[in-house]
Design a protein around this ligand. Structure first.
Ligand SMILES: [Cu+2]
Length: 213
């Protein structure tokens, strides 16, 4: 009897001690290691993720807004004002935003010579945002442009001796101006005629109509 009680008591004491010893360390280590692990992962990973997303969100609407405002102006070449003509001459401004400031040029029938001054009002270099004014029949535009690209920047993106071209200025960069004069009688046959920039890609927006009368 006595032997049995002491055995069970010892077993219980061992079991309790064993349970007690095992429970306390695991609880302590479990909570102590889990708590810092959770706070560090939550503090480090989600925080940069939200700031990166926030930064992207703040830049995305800005770029969308800028292209959104640029596109209507770019496609609205015909909505631009007519060039102001005085003394058989006019000035066209070209910008760093790949735009001409006028959408049409009307040459008075009385002019025996007409002069166009192209002013690049931007600051970008000619290699990046060069502009010129090329005049040709609308139907010849695509061919003139394709040959102009082949001629390269050294030829102002104009094929030398291109008979389809009525007149053209040289290619200018930011802050530069250039002038070309021509006989308006050249515009009286055929047509309609267009003025455009032959820098690769620019003529899709940098173009307008030019006519006599
Ligand atoms: Cu241009």
């Amino acid at each position: 009897m006595n032997f049995k009680i002491t055995l069970t008591a010892a077993a219980c004491a061992l079991a309790l001690a064993a349970c007690g010893n095992h429970e306390t360390p695991t609880d302590d280590t479990g909570t102590s290691t889990a708590a810092p692990a959770e706070t560090t992962t939550e503090a480090t990973t989600p925080a940069p993720a939200t700031t990166v997303a926030g930064a992207m969100e703040s830049t995305m609407p800005a770029s969308n807004a800028s292209t959104g405002t640029a596109m209507p102006a770019a496609t609205a070449g015909s909505d631009k004002p007519a060039a102001v003509v005085e003394n058989c001459s006019t000035q066209i401004d070209g910008t760093d935003a790949m735009q001409f400031d006028v959408g049409s040029i009307a040459i008075p029938a009385s002019c025996s010579k007409f002069t166009i001054t192209l002013k690049h009002t931007g600051t970008m270099p000619v290699a990046a945002m060069g502009h010129n004014v090329v005049i040709a029949e609308a139907g010849d535009m695509a061919g003139v442009l394709a040959d102009g690209i082949g001629a390269g920047v050294a030829n102002d993106y104009v094929k030398p001796g291109d008979a389809r071209i009525v007149a053209h200025t040289k290619l200018v960069g930011g802050g530069e101006s250039t002038t070309v004069s021509f006989d308006p009688a050249k515009l009286k046959d055929g047509g309609p005629y267009e003025f455009f920039c032959s820098f690769p890609g620019h003529a899709t927006v940098m173009k307008g109509s030019i006519s006599v009368g």
